[in-house]
Every structure is written in C-alpha cells, then in structure tokens.
Design a protein around this ligand. Structure first.
Ligand SMILES: [Zn+2]
Ligand SMILES: [Zn+2]
Length: 304
C-alpha cells in the first residue's frame, strides 16, 4: 500500500513529477494491501501458464501440417486428453501456491524485502537484476537437476517430470510437488540476495515461466528470437534431455548451456549458435525474397 493520499503528496515525496508508469502504478496499487500485491504473482503465472502453450497444442491437434515440420520428435503425437491431464494436474498447484503465499507473507516480507511503493525501478536496474537472477537460477537449477538424476532422486521425485519423453509446454510445471518446491529455491535466490521491486519480481517469474514453456514446447522454429541470445539452450537442448529420460546425464541447465559445458555434461544435440544464426538469416532471406520474385515475374509477364 502506498503511504500517500494523493498523487501530489507522492510527487512531493519523490521530489519530481511521476512518470506515466509511476502514475499508473499509483492508481493501481495505492489502496491495495501489500499481501494482495504479493499474491498477484501466482495469479499472473496461472494466466500465463494457461494461455502460452495453447496455440501449439491447438495447432498440433487441428492443423498439424502447419507446425509438424518444426516438431522435434515428429513421430510422437500427444493426444489432446494427455495435454489436458498434464495441464489439470500441474494447475492444481496454483491455488495451493496462493494459500502458501498468504500464510507465508510475514516471513516473505522479511526474507525477500520486496519494494512495492514508489519510485519504480529504472530500466537499467531492472535489466541488471534480471541478468543476475538468470545466472544464479541457472547455476543452482543445474545442480539440483543433477541431484534429481541420481537413482534415489529420479525414482522418488524426478520420474514424474520425465513421464513426457516428448514434452509439451504444459509439461513445464508437471512435476512432483517436492520438485516444484526444490526448484523454487533457485528462482527465489536472486530476489532474496538482490531485493527488487514487486514489478521486477513479476517480470522475472513471467520470463522464467515463458522460457520454461518454450524449452518444453517440443518445437524448434527457425525464426525464434531466442536464437539471438548467446549460449541459450532452448527447446532442442531440453527436448533431448526428455528424450533420453532417466538415463539422461546431459543437458541439465534450464536456460543457458555454460554449466553443461563447464561440467562436461552438454550433449551436442543442436547446431552451434553460428549455424543457428545462419539458418535464421537464410529463413529471413527466403521470406523477404518472395515478393521480389513475384514482382520480377510480373515484369516478365508484362513484357510478354
Ligand atoms: Zn531431468
Ligand atoms: Zn523438463
């Protein structure tokens, strides 16, 4: 809750006029309890988890010819019922998470030290924090994932997540409850060590979820903007990990490839970043050439 009764009071405290984003934040959150803002995280993630994987699931079922050329395991066609079961079982955790967030709110305030008022963080501060969070999460998740691939960890916990040898976006959160709990530690480590504004926290969890859905999508598109991110693992990288299943001792990192490279657990299941960029350029060139070819054809036929 913002401790200013009016925007004039808020601007007096800031010593400057509010930006449009700060004015919008003031309008939205001024009268809202902090515990409620804290619970927004789960609501936002629930909406993203429900919507983001849908286009590919629907296209695979009803227009497979459009997406099948880009499917990493084209022989595996997941029935709609299996996707729905995956979604329903994973979605059960979201109401539980809201309850947990409300109960744990007093402790979360002390541990996370999240800012909820004004001023809003600058773009530079937000990007710097997101980079730090990504690197920390990647490193910690890598080691937790490796522990989950020990015989005990796999049999007791991680086996559930590997039920899908050809994953779908909904499989991102399809895991044993203990795995969801363990893997929330790396995600929270960054915001605990480097406290941020609640809006940065929402952005961080959204990026993390969308990235997870992407790596579990089962598709690898030549025009994906993620190819421009250096050392990004992507769908093909994690898909191989699911394909290998319990035997897999490679491609553990969730986001980048550097941990697998350093600890020699990377499996060269994907072309190098240079090849990826070349593929992207070829695709864009072809795409841009279509109208040119048609124009030249039109000129030819005009001459005739
Ligand atoms: Zn695994
Ligand atoms: Zn996975």
């Amino acid at each position: 809750m913002i401790p200013y009764a009016t925007t004039a009071e808020a601007e007096a405290a800031l010593g400057r006029a509010m930006t449009w984003a700060e004015a919008a934040w003031y309008q939205y959150s001024a009268a809202m309890p902090d515990s409620w803002l804290h619970c927004h995280t789960t609501f936002i993630l629930f909406v993203i988890y429900t919507i983001t994987p849908l286009p590919l699931v629907v296209l695979e079922q009803f227009a497979p010819s459009i997406v099948l050329p880009y499917k990493l395991q084209p022989r595996v066609r997941l029935p709609l019922a299996a996707s729905l079961r995956c979604y329903m079982e994973a979605a059960c955790f979201f109401p539980l998470a809201v309850g947990f967030q409300l109960v744990s709110y007093p402790a979360a305030v002390k541990i996370l030290r999240t800012r909820m008022g004004l001023p809003l963080p600058s773009v530079r501060e937000t990007i710097a924090q997101l980079v730090v969070y990504s690197l920390m999460e990647d490193y910690l998740s890598y080691w937790i994932h490796r522990l989950l691939h020990t015989q005990w960890g796999y049999e007791k916990i991680h086996r559930v997540h590997h039920e899908f040898t050809a994953p779908t976006g909904f499989a991102m959160s399809y895991s044993h409850w203990a795995e969801n709990l363990f893997l929330s530690i790396p995600a929270l480590a960054g915001p605990v060590i480097v406290p941020c504004h609640i809006t940065t926290q929402w952005l961080w969890f959204c990026i993390r979820l969308i990235e997870g859905i992407n790596t579990h999508s089962g598709y690898h598109f030549p025009f994906s903007p993620s190819k421009l991110i250096p050392f990004y693992g992507g769908a093909e990288y994690h898909d191989y990990h699911h394909y290998a299943g319990g035997r897999s001792q490679s491609n553990f990192a969730p986001l980048f490839t550097y941990c697998d490279y350093i600890y020699r657990t990377d499996k060269k299941s994907r072309p190098s970043d240079v090849c990826e960029l070349v593929h992207l350029c070829v695709f864009l060139r072809k795409w841009l050439q279509i109208p040119q070819v048609k124009a030249s054809e039109a000129q030819e036929s005009g001459r005739k």
